[in-house]
Design a protein around this ligand. Structure first.
Ligand code: COA
Length: 255
């Protein structure tokens, strides 16, 4: 079964996450396929926009928790790091359609997209702290800049789920679209981008991102190093094992 479907048609590359039985949890192979699709889109002069989506009731539950336990990452050399580098440096405009859960990197990847459409059933969450981890994808830099410190602190420190409405207010989402129209609305936006003068689109994106671009790469590298360390921490082991064992984590023994 192909867990990432990539298709280019009408100047739009569509990246579909397709592992519904695990709520589109992202495996190393899926990260690699997504990175490859983004790089190919950037390299192909025919491609003018990229559309990223899952199913109507699920965007992605984020990194596969089993892999977090079994495949501790080295700093910067994992397929996830490769994907983050590809999405954060993509030159073509990126459109995302988000319905259902968008957890962890499922939310932080949205900070690198240009247009984000969400259905009312979208449930975003960045549970890095509750998992004994810390933010990635330069979200510790981008989210306070995008949403303001107060909102970012709630989302990143408490790490609880939040609605499409809240994501809209925080600037993470462009527009809320009825569930049945979500993919079509995002596709229309990608088509509108694809019909515009491509160089003008690329240059405008680059100009808007330029001020933060070096800081984003620096922060991402720093976070990835720290994230790898946290994955080996007893706090994270307890939190991640608790998820796999379907029990509540117990952090009472930690100081
Ligand atoms: N990694 C590995 N497996 C995952 C997963 C993940 N990130 N998210 C879901 N799954 C698996 C579940 O273990 C379950 O497997 P099973 O059928 O073998 O028991 C299956 O996918 C369905 O998930 P379930 O939790 O029953 O679905 P739900 O609709 O009740 O909840 C979520 C959906 C996304 C809210 C919930 O699965 C969740 O919180 N997942 C973990 C997200 C997470 O912590 N990601 C890492 C972020 S850094």
């Amino acid at each position: 079964m192909n867990h990432v479907i990539v298709e280019t048609r009408d100047r739009i590359t569509r990246i579909e996450l397709n592992r519904p039985e695990k709520k589109n949890a992202l495996s190393p192979e899926m990260y690699a396929a997504m990175a490859q699709a983004l790089k190919a889109a950037d390299a192909d002069a025919q491609v003018r926009a990229v559309l990223i989506h899952g199913q109507r009731d699920c965007f992605t539950s984020g990194n596969d928790v089993k892999d977090f336990l079994e495949l501790p990452r080295g700093p910067g050399d994992s397929p996830a790091a490769g994907f983050l580098r590809a999405i954060s440096t993509a030159r073509k405009p990126l459109v995302a359609a988000v319905g259902g859960p968008a957890v962890g990197i499922g939310t932080t990847m949205l900070l690198h997209c240009d247009l984000v459409y969400a259905a009312p059933n979208a449930r975003l969450q960045m549970p890095f702290v509750p998992l004994g981890l810390l933010p990635e994808a330069a979200s510790s830099l981008l989210l306070p800049a995008m949403a303001g410190y107060r909102r970012a602190a709630e989302m990143l420190l408490l790490g609880g789920p939040f609605s499409a409405e809240k994501a809209l207010a925080a600037g993470i989402v462009t527009e809320i679209v009825p569930e049945g129209e979500l993919l079509e609305r995002a596709r229309q936006a990608a088509a509108a981008l694809a019909a515009l003068p491509p160089e003008s689109v690329r240059m405008t994106k680059e100009l808007m991102k330029r001020a933060l671009a070096p800081a984003v790469q620096e922060r991402m590298t720093e976070e990835l190093g720290l994230f790898g360390e946290r994955l080996r921490s007893p706090e994270a082991k307890e939190a991640l094992s608790a998820f796999m064992e379907k029990r509540k984590p117990d952090f009472s023994r930690f100081s």
